[in-house]
Design a protein around this ligand. Structure first.
Ligand SMILES: [Zn+2]
Length: 146
């Protein structure tokens, strides 16, 4: 297994009312962007269903300069109906994302969680502040020490 130091969160940049399924995203990355596979390791559709993208052992294609040591997770959404950045995570997507992060933090305890926008300030992706998850895991660490 490669060394994982980062878990990077993304949105698909899909407006409210529109769909970009895992299959659509994978097709876009392969056919339009000429990637060998979907760039993300995980994809969460609006209904919360989790899809496995690129195998974890493989370097993804989701965050310039930070792919080598990271895992990329994308949720379907991230824009309002006018195409402006908006946290559109559904309750089901939040549940799936948190479960996934708990699992990944068990497997890679030192991996830090960031949003794509924290590495590229020109982007709004994932349309929420990943500090939310850093806070959750910081609290979990404190509780487990007690
Ligand atoms: Zn992104």
């Amino acid at each position: 297994m490669r060394t994982i130091t980062l878990i990077i969160l993304h949105c698909s940049g899909t407006p409210e009312g529109k769909r970009l399924t895992f299959k659509d995203c994978k097709k876009d990355h392969i056919q339009q962007r000429k990637f060998k596979d979907i760039g993300y390791h995980y994809y969460i559709e609006r209904d919360g269903k989790l899809y496995i993208g690129r195998p974890l052992e493989e370097v993804g294609a989701h965050c310039k300069l930070h792919n080598t040591h990271s895992i990329g997770i994308c949720y379907e959404g991230g824009l309002d109906e006018n195409g402006e950045a908006k946290d559109t995570r559904t309750a089901a997507q939040r549940d799936t994302l948190l479960d996934l992060l708990i699992r990944l933090k068990q497997q890679f305890p030192k991996a830090l969680i960031f949003g794509h926008n924290e590495f590229d300030r020109t982007k709004n992706c994932p349309s929420f502040d990943a500090e939310e998850y850093r806070t959750i895991f910081a609290l979990k660490d404190i509780i487990s020490l007690e």
